[in-house]
Design a protein around this ligand. Sequence first.
Ligand code: MD3
Ligand code: FE
Length: 213
Amino acid sequence: SVQHLRPGMVVLKGFVKPEDQIGMVSMCRQLGKGPGGFYRPSFKNGAKLNLWMMSLGKNWDPTLRSYGPTRPFDGAQAPTIPDAFKMIAQTANSTASEFPQINPDICIVNYYTNSGKLGLHQDKNESESSLTKGLPFISISIGDTAEFLFGDTRDKDQATKINLESDDVLIFGGESRLLFHGVSHVKTDTAPSWLKEETGIRPGRINLTFRQY
Ligand code: MD3
Ligand code: FE
C-alpha cells in the first residue's frame, strides 16, 4: 500500500519482494566484508555512531560531513552500487508518482544491531541543485523492525513515531526532505522468519538510502 504521512513523505508498505530482500541482505554481507565495507563511523567529537555503515557509489563521511570518492580513515574506494539495488529503488521511486525520478549515485547502507540507534538529525549535505529540484531520498528497510522518529525540530518528544518493517520503503522529497529524523530503537526478533532462515541474517536491521548528489 502507498501511505502519505506528510506532504513529500510517502511510505510503501510491503514493497520489497522476499527474493529481493534476501538478495539485498546477501549482497550487503558480501560487500560489507570487502574493501570499503562496514565500519563504525565517528562523530566530530570522537564518539562512535551506534551503527555500522558502508557507502556505495560515493563515500559519505559522517566525521567531515561530506562526500568523496574514498574514505579518509583507510583510503578505501566506495564499492559500486549494484544495478539490482538501483532497479528496486527506482521502481519504488516511480510507484510514488508525485516525486521526480532520481538516478542514485550514492547508497548509504546502515546496519543496526539490536542496540543500534541514530539520533534525530537533518541530511542537508546534498548539492544545492539536488535540493532545489526537490530530488527525493529513497530508503529501504530490511530485517528487524525499527521505531523511526520524524519531526520539525530536534525534540524527540514532539516527533512522530512509526514502525519501519522489513520490506518498507520510505520516500522523502520536497517539503519533507529536511525533516529531523532518526531511529530510536530496533525491536529484537521481529524480522520475518523466512528472511532469517534464508540469509542466516544476524539480529538487527539494514537500511539503505539512495540519494542523488
Ligand atoms: C527523512 N538513516 O542514512 S532512513 C540516514 O534508518 C538515515 O538508517 C535512517 O537517517 C536509517 O541519513 C533513516 C530514512 C530517511 C533517510 C533520509 C532522510 C529519512 C529521511 C532524509 C530526510 C528526511
Ligand atoms: Fe538521515
